[in-house]
Design a protein around this ligand. Structure first.
Ligand code: AMP
Ligand code: MG
Length: 192
């Protein structure tokens, strides 16, 4: 049987990595194993090796053609991992670049990954704005709530096109303030 591939996406700062890590820990307690692969980390390692970036938040500022080349390499690498285990891919539906929204899963990446489920982690735009402001570990771009809302909308549109191309289902999970446990529970159910 084919291993499960679940893609988790969300705008920067929504907490998709946090929700994912917690859900995977819960599942482990129940004997359900998933390997988490962070797409950005795989891309960062490739780009760093080539001397293109020094930190991960520089990736989205690279020329789109270079981002796509690294993205393709990362997609192939992750597809190899999916042969060995059920995987959860922590990534982005679209990446906001200076040249416009870059699809996180263009057709040539989808062909490698064959996702079964795409999970969109969402929150209110003002909650995301505040979370970005309080995260000092990252170089987040400053955006208004209207801009953040546009990005969430574009992510939904892109996710549905990925679904149309692959037959994957699309699940929206809200990671509202003070309700992290609820989001984790919902993701656990999706991954079971
Ligand atoms: P993250 O730590 O999840 O925010 O990812 C770091 C960076 O990796 C993002 O800002 C993007 O530049 C890049 N990245 C992650 N996933 C993708 C993807 N599917 N396609 C292109 N770039 C990606
Ligand atoms: Mg993340």
């Amino acid at each position: 049987m084919k291993n499960k591939v679940v893609v988790i996406v969300g705008v920067p700062g929504v907490g998709s990595t946090t929700v994912t890590n917690k859900a995977i820990d819960e599942l482990k307690k129940e004997g359900i194993e998933y390997k988490i692969v962070n797409f950005g980390t795989v891309m960062f390692e490739i780009a760093k090796e080539e001397g293109l970036v020094e930190h991960r938040d520089q990736l989205r500022k690279l020329p789109p053609d270079i981002q796509k080349k690294i993205q393709k390499m990362a997609g192939k690498k992750i597809a190899e991992m999916a042969k060995e285990a059920n995987i959860v891919v922590d990534t982005h539906s679209t990446i906001k670049t200076p040249k416009g929204y870059l699809p996180g899963l263009p057709a040539w990446v989808l062909e490698e990954l064959h996702p079964d489920i795409i999970v969109l982690i969402e929150a209110e735009t003002d909650e995301i704005l505040m979370r970005r402001l309080s995260d000092e570990t990252r170089q987040r771009d400053f955006e208004s709530t209207v801009d953040i809302g546009e990005h969430i909308f574009m992510n939904r549109c892109a996710a549905m096109t990925y679904a149309v191309l692959t037959g994957a289902t699309v699940k929206i999970i809200k990671n509202r303030d003070f309700l992290l446990d609820k989001a984790v529970k919902e993701l656990v159910e999706v991954l079971k």
